[in-house]
Design a protein around this ligand. Structure first.
Ligand code: HEC
Length: 357
């Protein structure tokens, strides 16, 4: 067993998606350089920190699964125990199985993201950029991809779709903070408006209320490193009105790449004029969890365990999809759930979702 014959092909298949020039983490593209980091590689793999794959095995098959099998993990460990035998360089297997790039039909450049320097006084900066959806006819989004301008600082993007008539309001948020997006943490509305003075000024000068802004937008999709692009399940698509407002929250993390700028981030969409099954993403949260730090609603005792739960009714979801897609409610005699994603960072040890009828 040796590096070039047994280990390198696994690194090429399972690590280079992120460990490459211009991607999210330092490069392992040069096999000799990667070999220099052999002890760190075996350490990270053995501890199951790398590749970062949170799904528990044995329940579901996932597309683009880059987790390691138990046999591959054992191979890394045996290789380390044997003193990292190197073997002789051989042909790279790399491009043999490279995923086909995501190609959309609609491209949206994030206005203001070019040369944007994230706030350097905190490692995290949540910044919203605003653009008009370019299509002038009703459409459904059936696939999403992103090309971050600087992958080293791009932690995620969340794409919100707002009413077409709200575009000027969002553009004002941008203008008020200098023209390169605006600070936004929990959603597309500017953080600034949480301050009482700013909020009063907004209410006094706008016909749109906060409720209208909040109800007039939805979460279209999200992107994070490792997702080059993805298609929604066959036959489904998420409706977007002509000229809708596109608000994209970029989460920049400068901790690994201080003082680096975004070179201009771009989103790609696949669209269809009609789909058999209009769809929606439906983010749900218990509101007190969003203030978990101050109200202690998510405290886990040291060395202890704690579990929290949340229940939501799906009644009304059909109506929501009917309104968003402009289709009669009678079209929706059933709802299919395609995936459930429990968003809990590294705080949650396990998550479970079930449907009660
Ligand atoms: C989905 C993206 C992704 C994949 C796939 C991935 N890594 Fe990483 N890795 C990261 C990121 C992000 C960091 C932190 C980068 C930094 O410190 O600049 C990291 C850090 C590391 C580190 C140093 C920190 C630690 O935890 O020890 C090692 C070693 C490492 N990766 C090895 C690997 C190996 C080996 C593979 C494949 C078996 C792999 N990674 C696959 C994203 C990835």
């Amino acid at each position: 067993m040796n590096y070039y014959r047994d280990i390198r092909p696994i690194i090429e298949a399972k690590c280079l998606a992120c460990h490459a020039q211009g991607s999210v983490a330092f490069s392992y593209e040069d096999p000799e350089r990667a070999y220099d980091f052999r002890a760190a590689i075996v350490g990270a793999v053995a501890a199951r920190r790398m590749p970062p794959w949170m799904a528990e095995p044995g329940h579901q098959r996932y597309l683009n699964d880059y987790s390691l099998s138990d046999a591959q993990l054992a191979l890394f460990e045996r290789w380390g125990a044997a003193g990292y035998p190197k073997g002789r360089p051989r042909q790279s297997t790399r491009n043999a199985k490279a995923p086909a790039g995501f190609v959309g039909d609609v491209t949206v450049a994030l206005a203001g993201s070019r040369d944007f320097l994230p706030d350097q006084t905190h490692p995290d900066d949540y910044r919203c950029f605003v653009t008009r959806w370019p299509l002038d006819h009703p459409a459904y989004v059936t696939g999403i991809g992103a090309t971050p301008g600087n992958a080293r600082i791009s932690h995620h993007a969340i794409i919100y779709i707002g009413e077409p008539s709200h575009l000027p309001v969002y553009q004002e948020f941008v203008a008020a903070e200098g023209g390169q997006g605006y600070r936004c943490f929990g959603g597309p509305v500017a953080d600034r408006l949480a301050e009482p003075g700013q909020r009063e000024a907004f209410v006094a000068s706008h016909k749109e209320s906060f409720e209208e802004l909040a109800n007039g937008q939805y979460w279209l999709a999200h992107w994070a490193p490792g997702m080059e692009g993805y298609d929604l399940p066959p036959g489904t698509g998420i409706p977007v009105k002509p000229g809708a407002t596109v608000v994209v929250q970029m989460h920049y993390f400068s901790g690994f790449a201080p003082n680096e700028r975004d070179a201009g981030s771009v989103l790609h969409f696949k669209t269809a004029e009609q789909v058999a099954k209009p769809a929606m993403n439906w983010p749900l949260s218990r509101s007190e969890w969003l203030q978990g730090k101050s109200n202690g609603s998510l405290v886990v005792p040291a060395k202890g365990k704690s579990s929290v739960s949340f229940a939501a009714s799906l009644l009304g979801l059909d109506q929501y999809i009917a309104v968003a897609s402009g289709r009669p409610l009678a079209d929706f005699d059933r709802i299919e759930i395609h995936s459930v994603n429990v968003h809990m960072h590294l705080i949650g040890a396990a998550g479970r979702a079930s449907a009660a009828r």
